[in-house]
Design a protein around this ligand. Structure first.
Ligand code: KG4
Ligand code: ZN
Length: 335
């Protein structure tokens, strides 16, 4: 079965084709990073316009990569939410048109579930139960996947998402947008113990909070600037990253203890972070967990994960009809 996946929920337009849930036949991603960089964040109207301009081209490129024509497709999967409504609408309308014209099933996919399903594409032997730390620019959740399509959110951020905190701290350090990759790079050359940033202690120990950490970085930067000292960017980046990774790993450890589930995955854009990847791998080895760390290109937004989720939705009978709508706020699980 060949599924075409379309992603347009934020600032990546992406189209992919996969076969039988595991074989990637095409994987096209067009990032809008440069378009939004001057504004230091995603400008919704610009994002949806760019999706409109680029999606047809990506569709044609993906089909050419896979050496297929539209008639060779068996289903269309698309992100229906959560995300920017105008951006989501572009992908959803495109998918509905294709499904109607080709008379094939349409599958509306939850973007966060798709991040999770990236792991099932990369590790085909993987079976639930699975603990997943899902960390992106818009979301931070610790999810227990009890079975396919069945999720229990153990905790989530009460304020900023992890990626959002990276993007904001990057601005403070005069690093480019999006902030994750440059902070990650700077952190390699810095001392993670140079600054002792605070950790949040919350009522639900699985919940997360990153706005206090971001403010602590802000005050440290201001203090250094007032003294006229040059900013130790690498040390600040390394100390910030250390605080983030420690907070995330603490929650993962606790989740393993409480649930007894020792299959642990990471997903979402921040799962591309080298500090988090290394920490999970080391901890997994030390404690005998099975860890699942997808390649970086399947952590940030892509079409492959949408098609992979579509494959599992189809198997679960979760097929949409042409009345499918885009939904900007969409909790997990969505019922
Ligand atoms: O999943 P994603 O592509 O889009 C959303 O659904 O939000 O995640 C984007 C986020 C951005 O905030 C970006 O700064 C962050 O992922 N990110 C990283 C890294 N690469 C991307 N954060 C930390 N370290 C990285 N290496
Ligand atoms: Zn995402």
């Amino acid at each position: 079965m060949r599924i075409l996946g379309i992603e347009s929920s934020c600032d990546e337009s992406a189209v992919a084709i996969i076969e039988n849930g595991t074989t990637v036949l095409a994987d096209r991603v067009s990032s809008q990073t440069a378009l939004h960089a001057p504004y230091g964040g995603v400008v919704p109207e610009l994002a949806s316009r760019r999706h409109v301009e680029i999606l047809n081209l990506l569709l044609e490129q993906a089909l050419a990569d896979a050496q297929l024509s539209y008639d060779d497709l068996d289903a269309i999967a698309v992100t229906r939410g959560p995300g920017l409504l105008g951006s989501l609408l572009v992908g959803v309308m495109c998918a509905k048109t294709l499904a109607w014209d080709l008379q094939i099933p349409l599958i509306g996919v939850h973007h966060l579930e798709a991040h999770l399903y990236a792991n099932f594409l990369v590790f085909p032997e993987l079976e639930p139960p699975l603990l997943t730390l899902l960390v992106s620019g818009g979301h931070s959740l610790l999810v227990l996947m009890e079975a396919h399509g069945r999720y229990r959110v153990l905790g989530q951020t009460l304020d900023d998402a992890v990626g959002e905190a990276y993007d904001k701290v990057a601005r403070l350090l005069d690093l480019p947008y999006p902030g994750g990759p440059p902070i990650d790079r700077e952190a390699q050359n810095g001392n993670p113990k140079a600054f002792d940033f605070p950790r949040a202690h919350l009522e639900n120990p699985f919940d997360m909070s990153f706005s206090g950490l971001k403010t602590a970085v802000l005050y440290t930067v201001k203090r250094l600037q007032e003294k006229g000292e040059p900013l130790p960017v690498a040390d600040l980046a390394a100390s910030f990253q250390h605080a983030v990774v420690m907070a995330l790993m603490k929650r993962i450890r606790l989740a393993v203890e409480e649930t007894g589930v020792t299959q642990v995955a990471i997903a979402g854009g921040v799962a591309a972070n080298s500090g988090l990847r290394n920490a999970l791998e080391a901890e997994g080895q030390a404690r005998g967990w099975q860890t699942f760390i997808p390649p970086r290109k399947y952590c940030t937004d892509n079409g492959v994960m949408i098609a992979a989720a579509g494959h599992h939705y189809f198997q679960q009978g979760r097929v949409s009809d042409l009345s499918l709508t885009a939904i900007s706020r969409m909790p997990l699980p969505y019922v």
